[in-house]
Ligand binder design. Sequence first.
Ligand SMILES: *[C@@H]1O[C@H](CO)[C@@H](O)[C@H](O)[C@H]1NC(C)=O
Ligand SMILES: *[C@@H]1O[C@H](CO)[C@@H](O)[C@H](O)[C@H]1NC(C)=O
Length: 438
Amino acid sequence: MRWLSIGAVAVGLASFVAAIDPIEVYGNKFFNRDGSQFFMKGIAYQLRPDDPLIDTEQCRLDASLMRELGANTLRVYHVDPEADHDGCMEAFADAGIYLMIDLDTFDTYILPTTLTWNKTMYDRYAEVMDTFHGYDNVLGFFVGNENIATRTDSPAAPFLKAATRDMKAYRDGRGYRSIPIGYTAADIKELRPMLQNFLTCGGNSSESVDFFGLNSYSWCDPSTYESSTYDQLQEYAENFPVPIFFSETGCIVPGPRIWEDQEAIFSEPMVNHWSGAIVYEWIQEQNNYGIISYGPRVDDLSRNDETVFDGWTRKGTPTPKSPDFDNLKTRWATISPTGISKSDHDTNTLSTRACPSSTEGGWWVVNGNVRLPTIGEVMTAPFETVSSVTPTSTADTGDDPAESDDNNNDEDNGALVAKSTLWGLVFAGVVMGACLWI
Ligand SMILES: *[C@@H]1O[C@H](CO)[C@@H](O)[C@H](O)[C@H]1NC(C)=O
Ligand SMILES: *[C@@H]1O[C@H](CO)[C@@H](O)[C@H](O)[C@H]1NC(C)=O
């Protein structure tokens, strides 16, 4: 019953939230309602662990500076579906800003160490969707973020795909707008391109992700298309079946950032295949990725109130961090890709991806045609494969999954390792009830 009342409220508020046209996916691109292509210039935004979208005044202050920065998208990792988000969603809509929201919470995250996609998790994801589907500036939902990041993690992939299948069915069953649902991956060279291919293979769009986001920190200014290995990311992204974009980017080593990666992403050849980038992150905190600050570091680490948490002020007037903020603003101001119009977008040019096979002794141990788990089903790797499902294509990505002799230095990249570790700490902290936040 609950979804009925929540649904009614959401439909009601859609009528008074500021007019902003919803974005749709067609082929492998995002499109505005007028048929022009939409590219993300995004920022990761999580002022607080539980939900940054409940303090309207704060959202207004931030939205105003984000507009000045030239951002049109936010990425939010955790929200509280019970809270009231009208004020913040309207503040961002007024500033022309869309949101990508993770459906999982700290305790419903799909863990490679506990292979399950069960009713508790499903209900929680559904609750977030119920709460947010009515806002026209919701750009997409994530079923997971970096769930697969180490050598032993790939068995979680069928569970991520099962979550995608079930949330798409839930969305369509409720009659919600076709808000795209996808996954955001850690950029691990040993998992390329198997993970992105697995999530889009099999020829059944009811089970495939609607988009694929890549968290990549491999471009550290100064760099180049080749030495950043963007050329390899590009190779795997060419004519990808669904929109693909950078769901986190912005290496801080050695810093300051001059954002030349944005230049690469928004120019040929990448701009023809990628849908933009989300920069990590808005608030300056312990990890040092922020582009704004709300005040100086606070010495008292135990302080946890409305304003301060974990030694950082998280409320008030945002002050640009120099020179990263201005560098990004200047960079984005020079970038305005036109892309392609929806009517000119020929979806026949898209590739289809073969389901990857497992690589012996490698990072990818899931045979592509595994039967996806049902809700609550206990499955242990290696999974049975479904012989009746055949990949629809030929997947000519020109790549040998076993080959990993590229020169990507993710694992050596302090930025990526540091941040992954931080996220690991977040989850570990929550599991331990320590309420730890980066
Ligand atoms: C689902 O899995 C989570 C994590 O293992 C667990 O806490 C929860 O109780 C499970 N729910 C059901 C219905 O089994
Ligand atoms: C596609 O996937 C959906 C969801 O799993 C399933 O119900 C449907 O039967 C599948 N279609 C085909 C043609 O296999």
